[in-house]
Ligand binder design. Structure first.
Ligand SMILES: NC(=O)c1ccc[n+]([C@@H]2O[C@H](COP(=O)([O-])OP(=O)(O)OC[C@H]3O[C@@H](n4cnc5c(N)ncnc54)[C@H](OP(=O)(O)O)[C@@H]3O)[C@@H](O)[C@H]2O)c1
Length: 263
């Protein structure tokens, strides 16, 4: 799998990561679902994993699934609360789940970002966080996201990019490139709404076997993107997704075809 630098942060990340929204909110009796997905993804070269306190039990389940692999993993998670006190409680739990270190701590949906960045910077300086980021899923919040990016206080952003959600191409991706920020793509498969997609025969000009791979390559074919984080409950899907993380990347004709096929 190809690796790309997380912007000016410089750390190299394999381009296909793993999201955990919905898929890893599992009770104890179903921990094996996450264990098998993480095992398959890591076997294929995935290292970036993404979670949030918003995702129910996902952070804890992910932490357990990473047992014995924490050193290889790049853990991205989030703080999601208007309250600094509650944010600190979320962070303490994360340190417990992820062996005392968060690789990328993101302010989820920009909630109370000025307040959170103050104490998160102190945690970074103390060595418990490596990099800081901010996320938003809605184009209505992109002006505010751009303001956060321009503060120089974050290293990476997480945003949606798929044939039905391309608003980041207007301002956010050019700004990320100008500022040297890493870009992590959420919802590469449109939360599953873009699947199952067209008849496999129509994928031939794209050189991929499945529509999910076409969508993953679509996002990764924008060179400003560092990594995508599709979520899955299936080890087979995790392998299929990881296999899309290698060149050749799509040019303008292939990208246009994916947009047409996505309808
Ligand atoms: N959605 C948001 O608003 C949001 C916001 C912030 C961050 N994020 C982060 O971004 C991650 C990814 O976004 P997402 O989970 O919303 O959506 P997504 O990754 O675009 O889609 C996930 C869905 O696609 C299916 N899928 C995955 N691989 C597949 C394959 N190869 N073939 C067929 N189906 C496949 C999964 O079902 P199966 O289990 O059947 O594979 C799941 O239902 C999240 O998990 C989270 O970490 C999301």
């Amino acid at each position: 799998m190809e690796s790309r630098a997380l912007g000016r942060a410089g750390v190299d990340l394999p381009v296909v990561g793993l999201g955990t929204w919905n898929t890893f909110d599992l009770d104890d009796s179903r921990q094996d679902v996450a264990d098998r997905v993480v095992e398959a993804a890591f076997e294929e070269g995935t290292r970036l994993v993404d979670s949030s306190p918003m995702y129910g039990r996902a952070e804890r389940v992910l932490g357990r699934a990473l047992a014995g692999r924490r050193g290889e993993a790049f853990v991205a998670t989030k703080i999601w609360t208007p309250s600094v006190a509650t944010g600190r409680v979320q962070f303490a739990a994360q340190l417990d789940f992820y062996d005392g270190l968060i690789d990328l701590e993101q302010v989820h949906n920009l909630v109370s970002w000025p307040e959170h960045l103050d104490w998160l910077e102190a945690e970074r300086d103390a060595g418990r966080i490596r990099f800081l980021g901010a996320t938003h899923y809605a184009s209505s919040a992109f002006d505010e996201l751009a303001r956060v990016m321009r503060t120089g206080r974050i290293d990476a952003i997480q945003i949606p990019l798929n044939p039905h959600e391309r608003e980041v191409e207007r301002e956010i991706l050019p700004l990320a490139e100008e500022l040297g920020l890493g870009v992590i793509v959420m919802r590469p498969l449109g939360e599953g709404s873009l699947l199952p997609g067209p008849d496999p025969g129509r994928l031939e000009p794209l050189g991929v076997e499945t529509w999910a791979q076409a969508l993953i390559k679509y996002a990764l074919s924008d060179p400003r993107v560092t990594a995508v984080i599709p979520a899955t409950t299936s080890p087979e899907h995790a392998r299929e997704n990881a296999a899309a993380g290698a060149p050749p990347w799509f040019g303008p004709d292939e990208r246009r075809l994916v947009e047409e096929l996505a309808g």
